[in-house]
Design a protein. Structure first.
Length: 539
């Protein structure tokens, strides 16, 4: 008689250890299996830098990166932080604050390690950290993932305006991290909130955005006082957060310039000229996709302040109103508002959603989605090495084209590289952005009239620059005043058309985007002769 083989019995594992949940209960499983947070971070990364039309080049859209690298090189070569200008002929030797000096050094080290590839990867890591950080912060605030996801994507879309390889990317990470530390301490006080003190020291030497932290801490102390008066918080919290504010403010003095840095930044932020003429300091126009996403977050935040006040969360309301006002007066603050407001909006909407569906049957469709979101929380509550692995893969893939220079569609790279001998012959007039590139490409051989350091040049040189750009009525007098001998101008500048018609200037190259002019030799001789007559001792 043929007998069938005995049935194989299932392994004697406890029910809770079978399947994916069982794997995730182990340490290696949590480290190896990607979470939904990993997937979101990687998706944002691919969306921004792989699938997009500009790829990694978009991070080099601002020429300031160039002078940051060269400043870092100077610091490494000389072993000290500069106190005088390094790059201009217009204000040569004038006092200058390299107040992002530590970022400059980091940029220089990365650039010399692997060129722009290392610098852009580092920037990409910070952008990925920003995305994952605000998502995890929203979930920590008990936000439903189905609500948190869209809010975080709105915040990322708002912040793309400042996704650039510049030091301010550090502030985009440090601000929500600081707010999270504070909120965790407000929920359950412990010693971790004092990590803000060394963080402030580091922040102060990386980027000037530390001033936003000090403002938020002041609002924290004030809001805690109101909350204590209303009876929802102990008065001891007021003294705790006042001491934290004072200590962090004192920590900002640990920088190469001492209190002079604070005075300089205050003047910079109060400059009417900068607010009127520098685009990132102007109010949003709500005409592009990123600004429209900011508008959604702004209106949502203002509306939800009513809910915060109803629960007597004065501090949260003050933060949203302060950062929202800052973003309305200066577009550069919109990403900072989004990084703080989006997690709060997600958690408040989730709270109201839970209250709404709580009175209905479990078969109620919004209730089903609410429960689905709650079930997804464990999948979002982890972060593994997969985002880092994705970055490594991108770095190693031969198919990925890494920039070796700034974008040619924004900078006249070929003309600048081909005309070095002409550009170095005399005092050069060009745009502030192209001045940044010239610093990167030719410093210290070539000095510029103006570049992206708007805090350094001030309104006097800034006004002359704007008048020249617009071809104002006194453009010839301004050219004489600054003794320009070479001009590299965009074709759309009115001054370019004026120089074409002026006999003292000769057009030597036109590539369709930029025009290169030199002052004719007889005009230079005439100018030197007139200067010698005015000042016989000048040779």
């Amino acid at each position: 008689m043929v007998t069938s083989p005995p049935a194989l019995s299932a392994p004697a594992f406890p029910p809770q250890t079978r399947g994916l949940p069982g794997v995730l209960s182990t340490r290696w499983g949590r480290a190896v299996i990607p979470s939904l947070t990993d997937c979101l971070v990687i998706a944002v990364f691919v969306w921004l830098f792989v699938a997009g039309p500009t790829g990694w080049r978009v991070l080099l859209s601002d020429g300031d990166t160039g002078w940051h690298i060269r400043t870092g090189e100077w610091i490494l070569d000389h072993g000290r932080v500069p106190t005088q200008d390094l790059f201009s002929f217009s204000k040569a030797g004038a006092p200058w604050f390299a107040w992002e000096w530590l970022s400059d050094v980091l940029f220089a080290v990365l650039f010399h390690t692997a060129g722009f590839k290392a610098l852009l990867l580092f920037t990409g890591i910070l952008i990925a950290a920003f995305t994952g950080l605000i998502l995890r912060y929203a979930l920590w605030r008990d936000a439903n993932p189905l609500v948190a996801g869209p809010c975080i994507l709105l915040a990322v879309g708002t912040s793309t305006v400042h996704f650039l390889a510049r030091p301010h990317i550090v502030t985009l990470v440090f601000l929500p991290l600081s707010i999270w530390l504070i909120e965790a301490d407000r929920r359950r006080p412990d010693g971790r909130v004092w990590l803000l003190v060394p963080l402030t020291v580091l922040w102060t030497n990386l980027h000037g955005g530390w001033a936003i932290l000090i403002a938020c801490l002041v609002l924290l102390a004030a809001g805690s006082a109101v909350e204590a008066w209303l009876g929802v918080r102990a008065w001891s919290s007021v003294w705790r957060y006042s001491a934290l504010t004072f200590t962090c403010a004192a920590a900002t003095l640990i920088n190469p310039y001492g209190t002079q840095l604070h005075r300089h930044i205050l003047d910079y932020l109060q400059s009417d000229w900068i607010r009127a003429h520098i685009q990132e300091f102007q109010a949003p126009t709500f005409r592009n996709e990123g600004e429209l996403q900011f508008e959604v977050l702004l209106l949502s935040g203002i509306f939800l302040c009513g809910w915060l006040l109803a629960r007597r969360n004065i501090t949260g309301c003050l933060w949203i109103l302060f950062l929202g006002h800052s973003a309305l007066t200066s577009l550069r603050h919109a990403p900072l508002y989004a990084s703080v407001a989006a997690p709060v909006i997600a958690s408040e909407v989730s709270l109201q959603w839970a209250r709404w569906v709580g009175g209905y049957k479990k078969t109620f469709l919004p209730g089903i989605f609410h429960q689905l979101g709650k079930d997804l929380v464990p999948s979002f509550s982890r972060i593994t090495l997969w985002p880092v692995i994705a970055l490594v893969v991108l770095a190693l893939l031969p198919q990925i084209s890494w920039p070796t220079d700034f974008p040619a569609e924004l900078f006249p790279i070929k003309m600048i590289q081909a005309r070095q001998s002409v550009l170095e012959t005399g005092r050069l007039l060009t745009t502030d952005q192209w001045g940044d590139y010239l610093i990167f490409h030719y410093s210290p051989k070539l000095k510029v009239f103006i570049d992206g350091r708007s805090d350094f040049y001030g309104s006097e040189f800034g006004n002359d620059y704007m008048k020249l750009m617009q071809g104002a009525w006194n453009w010839e007098a301004l050219l004489q005043k600054h003794r320009f001998e070479v001009a590299l101008l965009p074709v759309e500048w009115p001054l370019a058309a004026l120089l074409k018609q002026n006999r003292q200037w000769q057009l030597i190259q036109d590539d369709g985007k930029a025009l290169l002019f030199v002052r004719r030799a007889e005009a230079v001789q005439s100018r030197l002769l007139s200067r010698t007559k005015e000042n016989p001792t000048e040779r």
